[in-house]
Design a protein. Structure first.
Length: 338
């Protein structure tokens, strides 16, 4: 008989305890280094006592306590810590993904917000023009904005527009929004008793103006200014058909890069842009690009001119869409000449 188990009952109890603790001690031993196990065993040795039963109870208690501690440590060691909440991350780590997204997808919007640009689509598109810069406010708050859908024009005996156009020198520039043609002084129109000097003309695709809901392939806006700074725009609609010689002359002198003005070596006669039928619509509106200045007299030729599909496609490859959406007419009076 074992010296620490003087009775069979005690021996049976000790054997049961040893059998109960053996698997747990084995599992705990796998999670801890051997040196740590030896140190734990040494620390768990019972203090000297004269009663064998007291020593057995003391040792069993200490072994059971050590096993529970080891089980807790094993569970902790195997636990995978979850990622900390966003609020507890370092500022640089939390900000990095947002900064990366902003840099890769929102740079145009940032530039627009700072007033460095506008566009025909995206965050800096027409819906945002009025908020990009203080001087663009009329794009959002104006009540006489262009373009409009021309409907129900009042047919009256309007004085014919007098076009004083002649062959002239010109230069072409891609300004980042359209192809613009700057013309030399000496060309003008007379309308409503005022004389306006032709300054430039630009192209839009598709046409910004609509006639009874119909939109055309393209339009040409011929900007004029009088001696007092008032503005008048003649709009010529372009539809598919025979070639347009002036359009081809401009395409032949396109610059290789944007924002580079190229002076043509040939002359251009703006009169060749006009249809033979000079009847027109007229109304008071605005510029169709920022700053959307109001007080502009619009003269929209009722009969469209034509351009070949190839001529239209060439511009579409540069600017597939550069037309401002139709604006509210707000009860404006639209007149049409007989």
């Amino acid at each position: 008989m074992h010296p620490f188990c003087p009775t069979p009952l005690v021996a049976l109890l000790a054997a049961a305890c040893v059998g109960l603790l053996a698997p747990q001690a084995f599992a705990a031993g796998k999670a801890e280094p051997k040196t740590a196990e030896k140190a734990a065993d040494k620390a768990a040795e019972p203090a000297a006592t004269d009663d064998p039963m007291d020593r057995l109870r003391q040792r069993l208690t200490e072994r059971l306590s050590a096993t529970k501690v080891n089980e807790g440590r094993t569970q902790f060691d195997l636990k995978v810590a979850a990622a900390p909440p966003a609020a507890e991350r370092s500022p640089s780590a939390a900000a990095a993904p947002r900064n990366a997204r902003r840099d890769s997808t929102s740079r145009p919007a940032t530039a627009a917000t700072e007033g460095h640009g506008w566009s025909y689509s995206g965050p800096a598109g027409p819906q945002s023009w009025g908020s990009l810069r203080p001087e663009f406010a009329q794009c959002a708050t104006g009540t006489r904005q262009s373009p409009i859908d021309i409907r129900g024009g009042l047919s009256v005996d309007l004085e014919a527009v007098s076009f004083d156009y002649q062959p002239t020198r010109f230069a072409v520039i891609d300004n980042g929004h359209t192809v613009q043609v700057n013309v030399a002084p000496g060309n003008a129109i007379e309308v409503g008793g005022r004389r306006y000097e032709l300054v430039q003309f630009q192209f839009r695709r598709p046409s910004e103006e609509r006639i009874d809901g119909r939109q055309f392939e393209m339009s040409v806006h011929m900007l004029h200014k009088d001696a007092e700074g008032r503005l008048a725009v003649v709009a010529v609609l372009l539809d598919k058909g025979p070639a347009q010689p002036i359009v081809q002359t401009v395409w032949n002198n396109l610059p290789l890069e944007r924002h580079t003005e190229v002076a043509a070596r040939v002359l251009l006669n703006p009169a060749e842009l006009l249809p033979a039928d000079r009847r027109y619509y007229t109304y008071m509106g605005s510029l169709t690009t920022p700053p959307c200045t109001e007080g502009v007299q619009w003269v929209v030729m009722r009969t469209p001119q034509t351009a070949t599909p190839e001529q239209l496609d060439l511009f579409a490859r540069i600017y597939p869409l550069n037309a401002r959406p139709v604006q509210a007419s707000n009860g404006r009076r639209i007149l049409q000449s007989n």
